[in-house]
Design a protein around this ligand. Structure first.
Ligand SMILES: C[S@@+](CC[C@H](N)C(=O)[O-])C[C@H]1O[C@@H](n2cnc3c(N)ncnc32)[C@H](O)[C@@H]1O
Length: 312
């Protein structure tokens, strides 16, 4: 696979380069997501990976069209992430085009073998660095209901052995849904778990209006049917319930969707925002930009969140 990365790097990069890009693990057997250290800069592929994958149509053209449709107020390639002054504005009053701008090919992956194979062996590792995890935990402690609030239920989607909740945090019901049972079994915050491949079956195995909060940490990029999943999230959230999608700039690139691996952090904010918007049933999505404590030095941590409409 290292050769594949080399091949990618040797390709010309004719399209606009984003301020920040996904730094992705190159191995199908990767245990964790690779870190953006300077030593690994050669793993940073700035450009349209789908050219390599031969998947054709460009994300940029979708968003150029979107930008065009709204009078070219901005183009995301110019969006600056760290420092947080412009990306956090990206979703504010965004006028989305009528149609979901992505196509089937945007959700293809380099590795289309069943996810159950990729996630068969447990990975008892963390996928982002400690400062990024601490920032996420701190964020949760601000927005979560207090520990042990009667009647509160939380769903951690794409869960594993860790959910990054505040230490000792408890609720009556905390469900983890993921691919690896051994990981889920070991997660101390969960009161129950479900093993389900959302790319095979996006229907969440829960009643309507069940959860106060849904979290998804560094995994929204693996969803190949995101609109179906986000519709389901809306269905199972209680009215006013909060969905928090967090991500960094790393991924298992063979398993991440093409539109994600070929774009940068600002685009990822827009992509996740678009899922909320086009799924329906949510308030306009909002973004918390790089909440990590040392932008540029520790892993970035972005949050795109929304509440289920109280009338939905
Ligand atoms: C990078 S790990 C992140 C795990 C955990 N959220 C964390 O923060 O450490 C990706 C997670 O997404 C889950 N996942 C990947 N593909 C999935 C799918 N098709 N359906 C359900 N979960 C999936 C895996 O089980 C895995 O736990």
């Amino acid at each position: 696979m290292a050769n594949v990365v080399g091949l990618r790097l040797s390709l010309p990069l004719p399209l606009p380069v984003l301020g920040s890009v996904c730094v992705c693990s190159s191995s199908t057997f990767a245990t964790t997501l690779s870190r953006p250290s300077t030593k690994k800069l050669n793993c940073k592929v700035k450009g349209p990976r789908r050219m390599v994958l031969g998947l054709g149509a460009s994300f940029f053209s979708h968003f150029m069209t979107m930008a065009g449709a709204m009078g070219s107020k901005f183009f995301m390639a110019s969006a600056k992430i760290t420092g947080g002054s412009s990306v956090d504005e990206l979703l504010k009053n965004y006028e989305w085009p009528e149609q979901f701008p992505f196509k089937e090919e945007d959700f293809q992956r380099f590795d289309e073998t069943p996810d159950s194979l990729f996630y068969e062996a447990p990975r008892f590792v963390t996928h982002i660095d400690d400062p990024a995890i601490a920032a996420l935990t701190k964020y949760y402690s601000k927005v979560f209901p207090p520990s042990n609030t009667p009647g509160v239920s939380i769903l951690d989607m794409c869960s594993s052995w860790v959910s990054h909740f505040p230490p000792g945090y408890k609720q009556e019901r905390v469900v983890g849904l993921g691919m690896n049972e051994a990981e889920l079994k070991r997660n101390p915050v969960l009161t129950e778990y479900a093993v389900q491949d959302l790319n095979v079956n996006p229907k969440l195995p829960f009643e309507d209006n069940s959860f106060d909060i849904i979290t998804n940490v560094v995994s929204v990029d693996y969803l190949t049917k995101p609109l179906d999943v986000f519709k389901e999230m809306s269905r199972v959230l209680k009215p006013g319930g909060l969905a928090i999608m967090s991500f960094s700039n790393r991924c298992f690139w063979t398993k991440a969707i093409s539109i994600w691996t070929s774009t940068g952090d600002a685009d990822h904010v827009m992509i996740v925002g678009s899922y909320f918007h086009y799924a329906g049933g949510f308030e306009p999505p909002q973004v918390a930009v790089d909440i990590s404590p040392n932008p540029g030095r520790s892993d970035p941590m972005y949050i795109v969140y929304s509440r289920k409409l109280s009338t939905a």
